[in-house]
Design a protein around this ligand. Structure first.
Ligand SMILES: [Zn+2]
Length: 204
């Protein structure tokens, strides 16, 4: 049975912006792609995908918690199958899809123009596919005093608890800064990144 998906969560790999995380020469023995490197990190944290889910999608990635990885080249890799619950957003995995941009370790994450283009395409595709509005999600207090966060697109940091209860998750409330840019602003400007969040290759 297909699960209900109504939230898109954007993450970063918390590695230096604009820098590939691949290992070795692509296609050569022992080389690792970006999702394989992230898979190894998640394996070290004890993430294990169920056998059936692995057989259904990317069996060579037994641990990865994200559904998509966007490389510095703009290449979009798949991780978990979309129907598979991810491991990327504590308390919000059941109803969400997780996208990881490679880079973003700085306070202001910087992503290449190709990454921004791929992120826009991917978010638009997922919003259309699951009828998710391309705006910040709704937050509502649900049973047991926990927050339900649904029907929208946000950054990982926006899932931090709203400690002062004013309906906004402010910088002082962030559990982490991932993905290092303001997803709400990005959505409200027709998915245009702020210049400080664009990684430009310096001319040699
Ligand atoms: Zn994250």
């Amino acid at each position: 049975m297909a699960r209900k998906i109504n939230l898109i969560v954007i993450h970063c790999s918390a590695t230096p912006s604009g820098k590939s995380i691949n290992r070795g020469e692509p296609g050569k023995p022992g080389s690792l792609t970006a999702p394989q490197v992230i898979d190894a990190w998640h394996a070290a944290r004890g993430f294990i995908r169920p056998q059936a889910a692995r057989l259904a999608a990317n069996s060579h990635l037994p641990s990865i918690g994200y559904h998509f990885v966007i490389d510095v080249t703009g290449e979009v890799w798949t991780g978990r199958g979309e129907d598979e619950v991810g491991a990327h957003a504590m308390s919000y995995n059941a109803n969400s899809v997780g996208i990881c941009l490679v880079g973003g370790t700085e306070r202001e994450g910087r992503y290449t123009p190709k990454q921004w283009a791929s992120l826009e395409q991917l978010v638009q595709m997922l919003c259309a596919k699951y009828a998710i509005p391309a705006r910040p999600p709704l937050r509502a207090l649900s049973g047991g005093g926990t927050w339900a966060i649904e029907r929208g697109v946000c950054g990982h940091r926006d899932l931090s608890p709203d400690k002062d209860g004013d309906g906004l998750v402010e910088a002082f409330e962030w559990l982490k800064t991932c993905p290092g840019f303001n997803v709400s602003d990005w959505l409200s400007t027709a998915m245009t990144p702020e210049p400080k969040n664009v990684f430009q290759v310096q001319p040699a």
